[in-house]
Design a protein around this ligand. Structure first.
Ligand code: CTP
Ligand code: MG
Length: 248
């Protein structure tokens, strides 16, 4: 057999689903949508499908993900299970009750991950427009660097302020807005989250927890379309993005 044939065979094998390290994604869906003016944003309709339905459908499609753990509010467990059945989200094998803070919810979700999980991603259920390319690149960077987060350069000038006055203008070229899924090797994420909980760190994302134990997460492909539904206006923007994608 010629060298070319051997190479061809190896490459083909490495590209199959089973050869990728076991990947779990924890979907954080236990928030209270306080900034949505009374609407549970995860069940808000986005072109006829609940926001979380879009999120789960996008994750189900990704070959790097073998298991989806959904962490949610008690009253949403059954509706999400029904939605998973309806949309055939076969990878969503665990739907569990979350915690008071996002960190608590993620810790619970990570605790439910399959023991085979080598890499764990954490994704905001409120980011329904995530794409396979974004997920893939975050996993690939995590395979190499232990931690990765999708990022986009900030477009606004960002000021550091104190007591109502500007104290500093950081160089915009060094500033990025980070998104989810943030992906980690399982040991790194577990150590990082437990440390953050123990030390009561006020982290706003999971990479922040990894940084606190000395890890420097790699930036991966982000998108200005991978928005987080936070306020009613975000839902309108998401509708417009979906509309545009459907006409492409
Ligand atoms: N989240 C969670 N558990 C919490 C708080 C938040 O799983 N205790 C999840 C949310 O459901 C959301 C993601 O973390 O998908 C990002 O949080 P955010 O956008 O702040 O959502 P909410 O906390 O629901 O919104 P708000 O802060 O306006 O109440
Ligand atoms: Mg919140």
């Amino acid at each position: 057999m010629g060298v070319k044939k051997i190479v061809g065979k190896v490459v083909k094998r490495a590209a199959t689903w089973n050869d990728l390290p076991f990947g779990t994604v924890v979907v954080a869906a236990a928030g209270s949508s306080e900034r949505m003016e009374g609407e549970d944003k995860l069940f808000a309709s986005l072109r006829g499908l609940p926001v979380i339905g879009w999120t789960l459908r996008a994750l189900q499609k990704c070959e790097n993900i073998h298991e989806i753990v959904v962490v949610t509010r008690e009253e949403s467990i059954v509706p999400i299970a029904d939605l998973c059945a309806e949309l055939e989200i076969a990878k969503a094998t665990k739907i569990v009750r979350g915690g008071e803070t996002r960190l608590d919810s993620v810790l619970i979700g990570v605790g439910e991950a399959d023991p085979r999980a080598q890499y764990i991603g954490v994704h905001d259920a409120a980011r329904p427009l995530v794409t396979e390319d974004i997920v893939k690149d975050a996993f690939r960077k995590a395979y190499k660097y232990h931690a990765a987060c999708p990022a986009v350069p900030v477009t606004d000038t960002v000021k550091a302020c104190k007591n109502g006055f500007v104290t500093e203008t950081p160089d915009r070229k060094s500033l990025f807005a980070v998104q989810t899924p943030q992906v980690f090797s399982a040991e790194v994420l577990k150590a990082a989250l437990h440390n953050a909980k123990l030390k009561k760190l006020e982290i706003t994302d999971d990479c922040g927890a990894a940084e606190a134990i000395g890890i420097s997460p790699a930036l991966s492909l982000g998108s200005h379309e991978n928005i987080k539904i936070t306020r009613p206006l975000d839902l309108k923007l998401a509708e417009a993005i979906v509309e545009e994608r459907l006409t492409k």
